[in-house]
Design a protein around this ligand. Sequence first.
Ligand code: ZN
Length: 225
Amino acid sequence: MVTTYIGSILPILVLALGPVLASFLAAQVMRENGFTGAKGNRSVCDHCGYQLQPIDLIPLLSFVMLRGRCRKCGERIDPRVWLAEIIGLTLFGILAIGIDCFATTVSTDGTAVFGYALFGGIVLSCLLVLSIQDIFTFSIPLRFTQISAGIVILANILAVIVRLADPGALPWLHLGNLDNLLCGLAYAGFFQIIIWLTKQKGMGSGDVFIGLIIGLSLGWPATVT
Ligand SMILES: [Zn+2]
């Protein structure tokens, strides 16, 4: 009963969380980089100063309703905000589908379903933060990639520890496998070689960490289902 409930409600919650989280992150990044005149926690229109009402803050839905324009002055709202929300919807939509598949085919154990959602949520949140940073600044601060790489490494180590205690555990989790490690090192090495060859023109050590993150979280593409 409880499991059925988690299995059916969780994907919907996760799907809704994607654009909301993206909207919040986009606002943070815009404030940090001075792309908006908004101060504090209140969101305002950058053209006329109209204080956005709760209905204007519903991600994506407000875009459709207002055709991407301010309710008061009709000026265009930064389209990068909607792009961020679409990326959030896409990433968490993939996770929602994953959770639904997991809950219906792999395990009906509520704890396992929740663990799957948590692992996936953490990894995808890192990717979302990196994507949104990239949209607005065209560069990803090194500390973000380093923190994300740290989280993905930790998730892999946790998976290894869990399997050491119980070899059959987490058969559905594509983390902590040998190909995760090999792909992580291979992708990171690939970027490092490009940096050496080009003498770091156009690429930074952040790309090495991104290679590591992609390899460690996805492993060998052929094994991704
Ligand atoms: Zn306005």
